[in-house]
Design a protein around this ligand. Structure first.
Ligand SMILES: CC(C)(COP(=O)(O)OP(=O)(O)OC[C@H]1O[C@@H](n2cnc3c(N)ncnc32)[C@H](O)[C@@H]1OP(=O)(O)O)[C@@H](O)C(=O)NCCC(=O)NCCS
Length: 224
């Protein structure tokens, strides 16, 4: 428990340049408090003390502005920067080393039964105001842009932006391949073939001219 808390505080120090000390983070950061309350609420939930679990979760929401359902599975070193307005649903899963900003929703679309909320991989950034909805997977090391609404799977190392979110980068490279094509210096195979034929024709004409000249000189010599 203590080790888990210490590594969470270190994660905050790494992620938030404004954080000064572990003590400051422990005492003043709502994200840390919400996570500690959630660990307790999840333990109660898993031991079938659902009402108590929910009571702890609601208490935490009141004090921190972060609502994590007791059933949600949260990995290690989660950082919830600013935190206010984060909502994490009952069947949501969050991997290790994730960073969530304020206003993030890991919610349901209202169309699914059972597993209704997303599964977020490891080392995922979910930017402020982003909504990830439905029982979809977000791959490891992905980035969800501010205010995006993600409704379908996000592969690993991808950046998803917009509403509904589109994948615009995978491992830092653009996915709009048409934009990458250099349309001004594209090779034209027909033109290349015509140019080759034209230079061959010039060569044959030159050869014929030379032959003609030789024959003409021979004819002149014979007449003399
Ligand atoms: C998505 C984000 C993490 C950048 O990820 P990235 O993989 O480095 O992506 P890029 O910056 O290269 O942007 C990729 C494309 O998405 C666009 N884009 C980036 N963020 C966007 C957003 N929130 N909404 C719409 N489009 C966005 C970029 O303009 C770029 O477009 P282009 O391909 O036409 O050039 C970043 O833009 C972001 O949203 N950060 C918010 C962090 C946050 O919540 N901060 C709050 C601190 S309080």
């Amino acid at each position: 428990m203590f080790r888990s808390l210490m590594e969470t505080l270190e994660a905050y120090q790494r992620r938030d340049p404004a954080a000064h000390s572990k003590l400051e983070i422990f005492l003043l950061y709502q994200g840390v408090h919400a996570l500690l309350y959630h660990r307790l609420a999840h333990w109660l939930y898993c031991h079938n003390l659902k009402f108590l679990a929910r009571a702890v979760s609601q208490w935490s929401r009141f004090w921190t502005g972060i609502e994590i359902h007791p059933g949600a599975k949260i990995g290690r070193r989660l950082v919830m920067d600013h935190g206010m307005g984060i909502v994490i649903g009952e069947t949501a899963e969050v991997g290790d080393d994730c960073l969530l900003y304020h206003g993030v929703t890991l919610g349901g679309t209202g169309k699914d039964q059972g597993k209704r909320h997303p599964t977020i991989g490891n080392n995922v950034l979910v930017s402020c105001g982003a909504k990830v909805l439905g029982p979809i997977k977000v791959g490891d090391n992905s980035r969800i842009a501010a205010n995006a609404v993600v409704l379908s799977e996000v592969p690993e190392d991808a950046t998803a932006v917009g509403i509904p979110a589109q994948i615009v980068r995978i491992a830092g490279r653009t996915t709009r391949y048409a934009d990458e094509v250099d349309q001004t210096s594209v090779e034209n195979p027909t033109l290349e073939r015509l140019e080759a034929l034209s230079s061959r024709l010039e060569f044959i004409e030159k050869l014929l001219d030379e032959r003609y000249e030789i024959i003409r000189e021979q004819g002149e010599r014979e007449t003399v």
